[in-house]
Design a protein around this ligand. Structure first.
Ligand code: GSH
Length: 373
């Protein structure tokens, strides 16, 4: 909102200046009187958001000139975006960044991870500090419009949940009446909590924190009766509580949370590249093309769509502004959707989440990519 008003004031000042300039040159020898008018729409102490230059092709060009991709990620959510003691990033959203780097550079390591909190993430994208946001971020109308972003295809379908101590006896939201609920600021979580509790007529006190570490530390210290966030976030953060088995996630889903990467408005080529990186991973899974078999499939395939996906035919990469082996590189260097999912969220990980809605449409899920043609 503040950004919108700042732009409005700039537009008004600029149009006044143009009106003055276009008002006719002073006739020879006449006195020039300059009238300066300032229209203050909103007084704010913080600097206006700097918006990065954008336009078709600008982002890819800048990323290539820099020699790496700068991806805004989470650093506090194991399985999605997490930084370990050695400073290494891992997670499902982090691997998407690597896949995008593989598509662009044929090298999955050409990416710098920039941790951003919920409150910082949209400014980081608008200002150009990051090229893309890949951080458990929910696609919503306001983020798609006022916040200047475009969400590419959802990578993880989620919903908001509630976690409580297993010995609390709490099994429903109504059991939380009069209680305190820990929640993070700058999130859809905070807004949904207010909506759902109001709709159900349940009174509660929100305890609001800046990041996941402080939110879950307060919960662990019993400063609130429950903690709420995306169910993926609850599964993830439960693994780093002292005794994960002492906490249960209630059997309620409070919202729809389609999570996926977000780019700035204004560069459709970059949007397409980000979007088709997701699709390449999904199509890779549908055709059973993995990092282990992609080389043999590339030399033996006869299915036309596979030949186009892997760059043997059709110049699909060139149409995106990339090399034709863009999707081959994604799958070879990072993996198809299933490989990336299992590496971070599969049954052999501490952050196991059954595929559910995040299964292919052929398995009853929502993952469905348009044709590569
Ligand atoms: N999907 C929701 C919530 C995402 C979110 O930021 N969740 C928190 C709680 S798990 C988080 O990731 N915090 C980590 C941080 O801010 O560093 C949104 O887009 O607003």
């Amino acid at each position: 909102m503040r950004k919108t008003l700042w732009f409005m004031s700039m537009l008004i000042v600029v149009s006044l200046a143009l009106a003055a300039c276009g008002g006719g040159a002073p006739s020879g020898g006449g006195e020039t009187v300059t009238v300066v008018e300032t229209v203050i729409v909103e007084v704010t102490s913080s600097a206006p958001v700097v918006v990065a230059p954008t336009g078709f092709g600008v982002t890819l060009e800048a990323v290539k000139a820099r020699g790496n991709l700068i991806c805004g990620v989470n650093s506090q959510v194991p399985g999605f975006g997490y930084i370990d003691a050695n400073g290494d990033f891992s997670g499902f959203d982090v691997d998407y960044c690597r896949a995008l780097a593989a598509a662009i550079f044929g090298d999955a390591s050409k990416v710098e991870f920039r941790p951003v909190t919920a409150a910082e993430r949209f400014t980081a994208l608008q200002s150009g500090e990051i090229d893309i946001l890949s951080r458990n971020t929910t696609w919503s109308l306001v983020r798609d419009t006022e916040l200047g972003g475009n969400f590419v295809h959802t990578t993880f379908y989620d919903g908001q949940g509630m976690m409580v101590p297993a010995d609390s006896g709490i099994t429903t939201l109504a059991d939380l009446a009069g209680g305190t609920i820990c929640v993070q600021t700058g999130t859809t979580t905070e807004l949904n909590l207010a909506d759902v509790m109001a709709a159900e007529g349940i009174s509660y006190t929100p305890a609001v924190f800046e990041d996941a570490d402080s939110t879950f530390a307060a919960y662990a210290e019993n400063r609130c009766d429950a903690v709420t966030t995306d169910k993926s976030g609850l599964v993830s953060r439960r693994t780093v509580l002292a005794d994960p088995s002492a906490h249960v996630i209630l059997d309620v889903t409070m919202s729809r949370e389609p999570l996926g990467p977000m780019v700035r408005h204004g560069d459709d080529q970059w949007f397409d590249i980000a979007q088709w990186t997701v699709f390449a991973m999904i199509v890779g899974e549908e055709f059973g093309i993995t990092s282990a078999n992609v080389d043999s499939i590339k030399t033996s395939a006869t299915a036309p769509e596979v030949l186009r996906l892997l760059g043997n035919e059709g110049d699909m990469g060139l149409k995106l502004g990339l090399d034709n082996d863009w999707a081959y590189n994604i799958i070879k260097l990072v993996g198809n959707y299933e490989e990336v999912y299992n590496r971070n969220l599969g049954p052999d990980t501490p952050t196991y989440i059954p595929r559910g809605l995040n299964s292919l449409y052929t398995d009853g899920g929502l993952l469905y990519a348009p044709p590569v043609r």
